[in-house]
Design a protein around this ligand. Sequence first.
Ligand code: S6P
Length: 633
Amino acid sequence: SSLGKRPHQITAMRGTRKYRHIIDTPDPGKWELAGYEESLPISEKSNPITREMDKADPNTLVQLLRDCDAEIFQEEDETIINYQRLYSESILKTVAEIAKKVQLIIENPEDGLIVLSGCGTSGRLALLLANSFNRLMKGLHQSPCYTYIIAGGDRSVVAAQEAPEDNPARGQEELKRVCEGKKKVVFIGISCSLSAPFIAGQLDFCMKNLDVFLPVLVGFNPVSMARNDRIEGWNSTFRQVAEQMQNLHDSQRAFVLNPAVGPEGLCGSSRMKGGSATKILLETLFLVAHKASSKVEVTEKCLLEILRTYERAHKVTYSQSKKIAALVKQSATSLQKKGHLYLLGWGTLGLVGIMDAVECAPSYNADWRDVRGFINGGYHTLENQEGALTSLGPQFTISHEDFVKSVLPSVSETDTIVFLFTMDDEVTEVEKLVELVKEKTSNIHAICHATAGQYLPNSTKKMIPNPIVITWPILFLEYEGAFIQKFQRELSSKWILDTVTSGAHVLKGKVYRNFIVDFAICNSKHFQRAVSVLQRLSGHPETRCTETLLQSIYGEQTEQMRNTEMSQHIRAAMSRDKVLPAAIVSLLRNCPVAEARTRLESSESIRAAIESSLNVPGRKRVAESTESAGRSR
Ligand code: S6P
């Protein structure tokens, strides 16, 4: 393909590559060129790789997302804009510096704490990572010193609550609560798109208390692209906070860890690459910190060794592309027939499943019942701070027993079930559950991780005809080796499930080109993204797009609503169906929102409605060039 390739530069760049790559990392994308969707941060740009994704068949879909994921490992290209990347020296250096600060906490756990905080997927990852490293410490008879914060509290782990993300004061309160009495705190604020007010509030608080706190900001945009709009009830923007952090970076009183990993395969869906890169970067950082505390010097080589295991994981995972594509197809068929996708996982893979399932609701305006994740042992295995939340309602039931009791009775042939486990789990337990499910549907799939030499028993193979079996090489490493292996399996499962859930929604018609055209507008980031998608699809200016979006939200009473706060718009948007699709069709056809809604009702999918609106005779083909759109942020 000609995507972003500049033949005269490729040789030069290849020649300067420092490390032998395990996967074929793509050549730098067009998105790196100056001027490409200039007004948008990397995390919100549309990835040139996936421009035609909505027309792709399942096999192609998997390849496209594989290539997007490979961009995580792409090296800095000094001939272009010079974004720092995962393997850039500046990033490796920062990781090593932060690791040293983390090491001090590990060695004095009584007075210290490492806090990971995030919203949505970033918050779920905070929980996963904090628990992993506490487990690592317990295994070494050290006192655990990691904890997590997720915006909205533990209920956000298993059900999407995107609104708390907009609240910086709540972020601060939570931080103060978990750090009470601690003398030294390394605070890791994760916001993939450098945008969440909840995290901005926390970082701001840390910077005002530098005697106790060492704040670290993790995300995947340059600071100059951090979000810069006013935060409701707050006096600075995320960008201002990030700039202050950057100013403290050189004196090591704060750190910003923000390699570019390229735009998401689906525009803005930071749960995908953003989430994966967060996991890779932070696990590597903590692993070297722990090594350092057992007197192994933190060198660039040792960092690279760990990073390369993740790169290897990409290759091993996508060597199963054919089978992944089959699962994408099957899952899409279920969703199209109004069936369900259930992910039944063991151990932390159960949480990976939940993470992917939960995000379908805000990402694709899916019903929370469409895609659901379950974990063996429920909250006990999840190891969340607040314990069992089952009493909050059916959305909060997450154990396999809950699944058998309340979901299984209504499972039918239109549903797809995916089992997620490793060969070290109790495979007989898996078989027992498969046995039960088999009576209801034949669409049974599995993602199973094995170590070289381990084979799936024949009994299991008979029950699950075409499992995705990923065989990992034996790692002869010290104590941490087992963790590295676990991290790889989690990431591998995440990659597969991200692809499956995203791919299935693409095939369901929720995506036009690589824009998700039906997502929940449930926080200010989503509101702005909606406006930006409208601009890029219609070519109309921001004011007109905002106006139409408000009409779609409020119907006739837009006039009074124009000067109300964003939070009010969001509350209203959340109680309304198809807000974004109706606005898109209305703008493209230049018709009232009500008419757009009727058209959507009678259309086979949202994508189809948009496609036919773009083909209305006499329409200017403004949407062809995404490069020129989205100007006015
Ligand atoms: C994104 C996902 C969201 C984000 C959350 C935090 O695909 O739907 O839940 O994880 O909004 O985003 P960020 O950029 O602050 O990490």
